[in-house]
Write a protein that binds this ligand. Structure first.
Ligand SMILES: Nc1ncnc2c1ncn2[C@@H]1O[C@H](COP(=O)(O)OP(=O)(O)OP(=O)(O)O)[C@@H](O)[C@H]1O
Ligand SMILES: [Mg+2]
Length: 490
C-alpha cells in the first residue's frame, strides 16, 4: 500500500507535523487516486467508514470511474487533467458496500508526487441533504398537484392586492399561464368576481377576520362565492388567501326551486282568485255604474270622493287580476322587428301621469339608430312600464329617471342593453336575490308581481334582466335582449 501522505512532510519546516495523523484523524473522507486509472491509492478511516469498506477492500479499487455521476457523461479525472484544471468541485452518486446510494459532494485536485499525477479527493456525504431536498420537492410537487386539482380558484395575495401565488384554476380565471408575470387584483377593474375579491381582501387586511360573500357576474350570469381568509407568511407578513368558487349552477337551481315553488302556489292562487274575485269585482263595478246613474246629480256630487275611492279600489283589484293572469297563462308572442324606441315611447306614455304626480322626469337617451330587435311590442312596453313605475315609486320628487341603451358583445352574440336608472335609495342588498320572486314586495300598496312579469317577458324575448345598484346611489335595472344583426331582420 502506498503511503502517499508522507510526501508533504518532506518540507523541512513542517517536518514535525505528522500528515499521516492528520489524514487519519480528519473527519472528512479523503482519498488519493491514481489520475491515470482512477484506482484508489489511499483512503483515510473516514472514507472507509463512509463507504462501509475496510481500507484493504477500498484501496486498489477504481472508485470515481465506476460511480454514477449526476451529469450524464462525466469523467471528473479526465476533466481535471484536461486544460490545466487543478481543482474541481462536483457532485456524484456512488454506492456503499451494502448497496445503498451515497450522494457525494467532492472537491478534487491534481497533485504531483514523484512524477505521478494523483487525485486528492475530499468527499462530503450529502445523502441526507439530497434525500430531504428530494422529499421536499416531491411534497411541493404533490402539494401543487393537489392544489391544482381543486376546482376552485385559490390565490395567495398581499394585503395590497398583489397576487403572490395561484393554483391552475385561478390562473385560468386570470387568463394567465401559471407562473406568468406579476398581477394585482386591481388589474381586473370592476369585473366580477375580482372587484368583490378586492373588497374582501381590503376588509380582511384591515380587520384580520375571514369574510365570504356571493356575487353575480352580471353579463355572463355566473354566480361566484368569494371567501377571504387572513394568513401570515413564515416571515411574519400579512397575507390573504382567496378562494373563488363558481356556484352558478347551485344558485340558479336554488332560484329556480324558489321560483317553481312560488309558481306552483301562484298557479293555484290564480285559478282560485279568478273565480272568487273577478266575478264579484265585475258585479261591484256594474252596480256602481247603475247606482251612479240612478242617483240625483246633487247626490253624485256629494258622493264623488267616495265613488272615486271605490273606483280606485276596483281598478287596483282589476290590475292585480290582470297581473296574476299575465303570470299564470302561457304567453303568445306577437312578434315584429322594431326599434327599441317604440316600446320605450309606449311605456313612457303609460307612466306619464304617475311621473307627473310624483314630480319625476323621465329622460330618454336612447337614440333612433340604437337598436332594432325582434319583439312583442306591447309586452316589451309592459315590461318597460313596470320598470319605469318602480323607478318613479322609488325616486325622490324632482329627480330624473334615465333610460339608456347600448350594444354589447358577450356570450358569443350581440345584445341590446337597455338600462333604467333612478336616484332613489336603490335595492336593499339583502333583497336583490329575491326581487324577481312573485309577491316579493317592500312597497306599500305593491303586489310584488311587477318584476316577475318583467322577467318573464324578457325571458320570452331570449334575454335577461339584471337588477343592481348604481355606484352613485339608486337602482339600475338592465334589460338584455339579443340584437338583430344585419340580414336577420325580416
Ligand atoms: N327602482 C327601485 N328602487 C328600489 N327598490 C326597488 C325598485 N324597483 C323594485 N324595487 C324593490 O323590489 C320590490 C319588487 O318590485 P316589483 O315591481 O316586483 O313589486 P312592487 O313594485 O312592490 O309591486 P307591483 O306588483 O305593483 O309592481 C319592490 O317592492 C321594491 O322593494
Ligand atoms: Mg313594481
Amino acid at each position: 500500500m502506498l503511503r502517499l501522505v508522507r510526501f508533504a512532510a518532506r518540507s523541512p519546516a513542517r517536518r514535525s507535523i505528522s500528515y499521516r495523523a492528520l489524514f487519519d484523524l480528519a473527519l472528512e473522507a479523503i482519498m488519493f487516486l491514481d489520475a491515470e486509472s482512477g484506482v484508489v491509492l489511499d483512503a483515510n478511516p473516514a472514507a472507509c467508514a463512509l463507504y462501509g469498506y475496510s481500507p484493504e477492500e477500498l484501496i486498489g479499487t477504481s472508485r470515481l470511474s465506476r460511480s454514477r455521476s449526476e451529469e450524464r457523461v462525466f469523467d471528473p479525472i479526465a476533466d481535471l487533467r484536461a486544460g490545466g484544471v487543478t481543482m474541481r468541485h462536483f457532485f456524484m452518486v456512488d454506492y456503499r458496500r451494502d448497496g445503498s446510494e451515497l450522494y457525494l459532494e467532492i472537491n478534487a485536485s491534481i497533485v504531483r508526487h514523484r512524477g505521478r499525477e494523483l487525485v486528492l479527493a475530499f468527499h462530503r456525504d450529502t445523502t441526507q441533504k439530497t434525500m430531504m431536498a428530494r422529499k421536499l420537492a416531491e411534497a411541493g410537487g404533490d402539494w401543487q398537484l393537489s392544489i391544482d386539482s381543486i376546482q376552485e380558484a385559490i390565490l395567495l395575495v398581499e394585503s395590497s392586492g398583489r397576487v403572490i401565488r395561484v393554483n391552475e384554476m385561478a390562473a385560468n380565471l386570470m387568463g394567465d399561464r401559471p407562473g406568468s408575470g406579476e398581477r394585482h387584483l386591481s388589474d381586473f377593474g370592476s369585473a366580477e368576481p375580482w372587484r368583490r375579491a378586492s373588497e374582501l381582501v381590503a376588509f380582511v387586511a384591515e380587520h384580520g377576520s375571514a369574510l365570504s360573500s356571493q356575487v353575480d357576474e352580471v353579463f355572463s350570469g355566473a354566480t361566484w362565492d368569494v371567501a377571504a381568509t387572513p394568513a401570515t407568511s413564515a416571515s411574519g407578513e400579512r397575507r390573504v388567501i382567496l378562494v373563488m368558487r363558481d356556484v352558478t349552477l347551485m344558485a340558479s337551481m336554488e332560484a329556480s326551486l324558489r321560483r317553481s315553488e312560488s309558481m306552483a302556489e301562484m298557479g293555484r292562487l290564480v285559478s282560485g282568485v279568478a273565480h272568487e274575485v273577478r266575478n264579484p269585482l265585475f258585479t261591484i263595478s256594474a252596480t256602481l255604474d247603475a247606482f251612479e246613474k240612478r242617483m240625483l246629480a246633487s247626490a253624485v256630487t256629494l258622493a264623488e270622493p267616495y265613488l272615486l275611492h271605490l273606483r280606485e279600489a276596483i281598478e287596483r283589484l282589476s290590475t292585480l287580476m290582470r297581473e296574476l293572469l299575465e303570470l299564470g297563462k302561457p304567453s303568445l308572442m306577437q312578434v315584429s322587428t322594431e326599434s327599441l324606441l317604440n316600446p320605450i315611447g309606449d311605456a313612457i306614455t303609460d307612466v306619464a301621469q304617475l311621473a307627473a304626480e310624483k314630480h319625476v322626469t323621465i329622460v330618454n337617451r336612447v337614440t333612433p339608430e340604437s337598436a332594432r330587435i325582434l319583439m312583442d311590442r306591447s309586452k316589451l312596453a309592459q315590461a318597460l312600464s313596470n320598470l319605469l313605475e318602480n323607478a318613479i315609486h322609488h325616486s325622490p320628487a324632482g329627480e330624473e329617471i334615465l333610460i339608456s341603451a347600448q350594444r354589447k358583445q358577450t356570450m358569443g352574440q350581440t345584445w341590446v342593453l337597455c338600462s333604467i336608472e333612478d336616484r332613489g335609495a336603490g335595492f336593499a342588498e339583502a333583497d336583490l336575490p329575491r326581487v324577481f320572486e312573485p309577491f316579493f314586495t317592500k312597497r306599500k300598496g305593491g303586489t310584488g308581481l311587477g318584476l316577475p312579469i318583467v322577467q318573464r317577458i324578457i325571458q320570452h324575448h331570449g334575454g335577461r334582466v339584471i337588477a343592481e345598484n348604481r355606484t352613485g346611489g339608486g337602482a339600475c335595472i338592465t334589460v338584455m335582449i339579443p340584437h338583430l344583426v344585419d340580414g336577420e331582420e325580416g
